[in-house]
Design a protein around this ligand. Structure first.
Ligand SMILES: C[S@@+](CC[C@H](N)C(=O)[O-])C[C@H]1O[C@@H](n2cnc3c(N)ncnc32)[C@H](O)[C@@H]1O
Length: 463
C-alpha cells in the first residue's frame, strides 16, 4: 500500500516536471495558420491534438466545426474532436475552455461539460494512446524535451516501450506515435523544432515516417511570437528551438519525400551546374582536442620550466586566435608524442604531474603520453584554412604550414585538384555562406553550427 502511494507520488511529481518543461503553448495566429492548411472540418474526418495543453488547437478546431455544423449532435462532436493531455490541471483547463465554447453555441452548461469531458482524455499518449489508426487530422505542438532531461520514471517507461529510433527526444516519440494513429488519407499538422528534419540522429525516424508520409508544407515560424506559457507557470525565455509549421500527408500527395536524407527548411534547390562537393577537392577534418591547456598544450614558460625539448613543441591556434578574420601569432604549443614510442623523461614527468587536468574517462590506460585525440597523421607541412565550428559567418582563415589548429575547428587542406587560394576564394563567396546558413543547425544570436559533414557537401566552383 505504502509502496503504491510512493510510486503514485513519484509519477505525479514526474508529470509535474514534464509539464513544466514542455508547456509552451501555441499562439492563436499560429494555430489558425496551421488549421487553415488542413481538410478540417470535413464530413466524418476526426481531429485530435495528442498533447493538447490548455486546448489552443482544440478550441479553434471546435469553433470551426460548430460554425460549419451548428446543429451537430453531442455524440458526434465528441467523436470528431479529441485531445490527450498528461497533466491533470492542463486537461481540466482545456475541458473548461471547450465547454465555454459549447455554451456560447447554445449547449446547456451540464451537457457542455460532459461533451468536453468526453473529448479530452487525461493520460500519457505515448503509453496509453490508441495504437490503431484512429484520426484523420493530428494537430498540435508536440512536447519537445531530450530524453536525458526526462524524469527517470517516465524515461524508463518510454525506453522500455517505444522503438529506439524514436527515443532521443519527446518530439521524435510523438511524431512516430502520431503517425501510427493516422487513418488512410490522414494528415499531421504541427508546430515542431526544425532539427529532426535534418539532423543525422533522426535519419531513421525520417525513414520510418517517410515510408508512409511526406512533407506537404514546411514554413519557418518566429520563436518569439509562436509560443506562450500557461498562466500559472514561469514565463521566462522562449524555448531554445527554431520552430517550423509542418504538414505531413500520404507520400502520394506530398511535395517532398521524407527519407534518411536531410530536409533543410531554408534551402532552395538552386542549380549548382559545374560545381563539385568540397570533399572532392579538399580534405575537410576536425581539428583535434587535446584537453585543457597545461597538459598536452602549454605556453612557452611552462615548456621551458618542464625542459620539454623544443623539437617536440608544435605551435597551435584555436578560434581565440581569430580576430577580425585574421589569425594572431600562436602563443601555445602542443607536445608532440608518438604511438609506441616512449617520450623523453621530461615530457613524461610533465604529463604525469598534470594528468589531473584531464577527465579520467579521457585518459589512456596504456601509452599515457598520447593525447585524447591524436594529430600524428595530420599533415602540417602545408598551409590550411580554419573555419570555426560555431560561427556567425563563413569566413575561412589562413593557417601557415607548421601550425596545428585545435579544439574541433574545421581544418581544410587542398586535396590536389585545387590550390589553397582557390579553396579560400570558393569558401569566401557569398553563395557558400548562403548554402551553409540554410543547412547548418541554427544557434542563438545569428550563430550557426558548422560540421565537417555539411562542409564536405558544400558545392564549390573551381575552374
Ligand atoms: C508544447 S505543449 C502544447 C500544448 C498545446 N497542444 C498547444 O499547442 O498549445 C505540450 C503539452 O504536452 C503535454 N504532454 C507532455 N507529455 C505528454 C504525454 N506523454 N502525453 C500527453 N501529453 C503530454 C504537456 O503537459 C504540455 O501541456
Amino acid at each position: 500500500m505504502e509502496l503504491e502511494l510512493f510510486e503514485r507520488n513519484e509519477m505525479e511529481e514526474a508529470i509535474e516536471r514534464l509539464h513544466d518543461a514542455t508547456a509552451f503553448y501555441t499562439a492563436e495566429p499560429v494555430v489558425d495558420q496551421i488549421l487553415a492548411r488542413l481538410a478540417w472540418p470535413a464530413g466524418e474526418r476526426r481531429l485530435c491534438d495528442t498533447s493538447c495543453g490548455d486546448g489552443a488547437f482544440l478550441v479553434a478546431a471546435l469553433q470551426l466545426l460548430l460554425e460549419r455544423e451548428p446543429g451537430i449532435d453531442d455524440g458526434r462532436l465528441a467523436y470528431l474532436v479529441q485531445g490527450w493531455e498528461i497533466h491533470y490541471f492542463a486537461a481540466a483547463e482545456c475541458r473548461r475552455r471547450l465547454a465555454h465554447i459549447l455554451v456560447q453555441h447554445g449547449r446547456s452548461p451540464s451537457s457542455a461539460e460532459s461533451v468536453a469531458a468526453a473529448m479530452v482524455t487525461c493520460g500519457d499518449f505515448l503509453l496509453d494512446g490508441p495504437s490503431d489508426p484512429a484520426w484523420d487530422c493530428v494537430v498540435g505542438n508536440p512536447p519537445f524535451l531530450r530524453y536525458a532531461h526526462l524524469p527517470d520514471v517516465l524515461r524508463a517507461e518510454y525506453e522500455r516501450t517505444l522503438p529506439d529510433y524514436s527515443r532521443g527526444d519527446m518530439l521524435h516519440s510523438f511524431i512516430d506515435r502520431c503517425a501510427r494513429t493516422l487513418r488512410p488519407g490522414g494528415e499531421i499538422a504541427i508546430v515542431s523544432s526544425d532539427r529532426w528534419l535534418f539532423s543525422q540522429c533522426s535519419a531513421q525516424l525520417r525513414e520510418v515516417i517517410g515510408e508512409r508520409l511526406g512533407v506537404h508544407h514546411l514554413e519557418r515560424l518566429a520563436c518569439s511570437s509562436a509560443f506562450y506559457r500557461p498562466k500559472n507557470r514561469r514565463a521566462g525565455q522562449p524555448p531554445r528551438i527554431h520552430p517550423v509549421a509542418l504538414v505531413l500527408r500520404e507520400r502520394s500527395q506530398a511535395l517532398t519525400a521524407l527519407s534518411r536524407a536531410p530536409i533543410y527548411p531554408d534551402a532552395e534547390e538552386a542549380q549548382h551546374a559545374g560545381c563539385r562537393p568540397l570533399a572532392e577537392v579538399a580534405h575537410v577534418r576536425l581539428a583535434p582536442w587535446l584537453g585543457k591547456h597545461g597538459l598536452f598544450v602549454v605556453d612557452r614558460g611552462t615548456a621551458a620550466a618542464a625542459m620539454i625539448p623544443s623539437e617536440l613543441l608544435v605551435p597551435v591556434v584555436d578560434t581565440d586566435n581569430i580576430k577580425g578574420g585574421r589569425l594572431s601569432e600562436p602563443t601555445k604549443f602542443a607536445i608532440r608524442t608518438y604511438r609506441n614510442i616512449e617520450p623523453p623523461e621530461a615530457v613524461l614527468r610533465h604529463l604525469d604531474a598534470n594528468m589531473h587536468l584531464l577527465a579520467r574517462t579521457k585518459r589512456r590506460t596504456t601509452q599515457r603520453w598520447l593525447p585524447p585525440e591524436g594529430f600524428e597523421r595530420m599533415d602540417l607541412d602545408r598551409p590550411s584554412l580554419l573555419i570555426p565550428r560555431i560561427a556567425n559567418c563563413l569566413r575561412p582563415v589562413r593557417v601557415p604550414a607548421g601550425i596545428l589548429p585545435l579544439d574541433h575547428g574545421i581544418s581544410i587542406v587542398s586535396a590536389g585538384a585545387a590550390t589553397l587560394d582557390q579553396l579560400e576564394e570558393a569558401l569566401s563567396r557569398p553563395e557558400a555562406e548562403v548554402w551553409v546558413r540554410a543547412r547548418a543547425p541554427r544557434l542563438e544570436n545569428g550563430y550557426f553550427s558548422c560540421t565537417t559533414t555539411l562542409l564536405r557537401g558544400l558545392p564549390v566552383w573551381i575552374a
